[in-house]
Design a protein around this ligand. Structure first.
Ligand code: GSH
Length: 237
């Protein structure tokens, strides 16, 4: 049995992390059974989640989890894609993971109201008087990472300007199709879904969420994947 280590369901999402949601989808797409463990962060081989334990073999990082599934179980996520579509899908995936992702980190962790509604919950177990200090320390660490990446050097308006390009590009690529490249999901759909679902989380208010919400096809894409893989039912109005 495969064990997937993640953070657990938070913020109206199957998991707090887009990378864990991506790993969930990859396992589901490949038809592999797995169990979830939400207590593995301290033991993560690369200090990040997700990782999986497949019969004693530990694999860290959602993309290496994909490669592992392909090699060990012979499942080809992109069998239906042309070489050009494979190239495009890889570029979209990495745009989500190495660019758009950082805007999500920025809005969740550095916007004071979003932080209070979201990540602050992770520190609830700590003694109350210590919590403000922990919040400050973790936010300082996140700010440093965002600056090291580069996105954190920009103004809030510039981050939205850059991120809107990513979101518009995703919307154009999906167009009126159910998935990125037609009627069947490919590996990059797992990643794109993770990003879009995370940005649409109702917990966090931001112009970036509004930029996603402005595209009916991205909202429908999130709902379609939720329905298909997580048996999600939208709350009635
Ligand atoms: N490249 C990795 C990224 C994983 C990642 O960044 N995970 C974040 C959660 S979204 C994490 O575990 N962060 C905890 C930390 O950095 O301390 C993947 O694809 O799995």
């Amino acid at each position: 049995m495969i064990t997937l280590y993640g953070f657990g369901p938070h913020f109206g999402l199957p998991d707090a992390s887009p990378f864990v949601m991506k790993a969930m989808l990859l396992l589901k797409m490949a038809g592999l059974d797995y169990q979830e463990n939400h207590g593995g962060y301290k033991h993560a081989p690369k200090g990040k989640l997700p990782f999986i334990d497949d019969d004693g073999e530990l694999i860290s990082d959602s993309t290496f989890i994909r490669f592992h599934i392909e090699k060990k179980y012979g499942f080809d996520f992109d069998a239906h894609l042309s070489p050009e579509q494979k190239a495009t899908s890889w570029a979209f995936e990495k745009m989500c993971e190495d660019h758009l992702y950082w805007a999500m980190i920025d809005l969740r962790w550095l916007d004071p109201d979003n932080f209070k509604r979201g990540p602050a919950q992770f520190f609830k177990a700590a003694p109350k008087p210590l919590q403000p200090l922990l919040h400050k320390l973790v936010q300082r660490r996140i700010r440093k990472r965002l600056c090291a990446h580069g996105l954190g050097l920009h103004s809030a308006a510039q981050i939205v300007e850059l991120t809107t390009r990513d979101i518009d590009a995703l919307s154009v690529c999906i167009g009126g199709k159910p998935y990125l490249f037609g009627d069947h999901p490919c590996a990059a759909d797992a990643s794109v879904f993770g990003s879009i679902a995370a940005l649409l989380s109702p917990t966090f208010e931001s112009p970036v969420r509004a930029a996603v919400e402005a595209h009916a096809n991205l909202r429908a894409y999130r709902d379609r994947m939720m329905d298909r893989y997580f048996l999600y039912k939208k709350p009635s109005p």
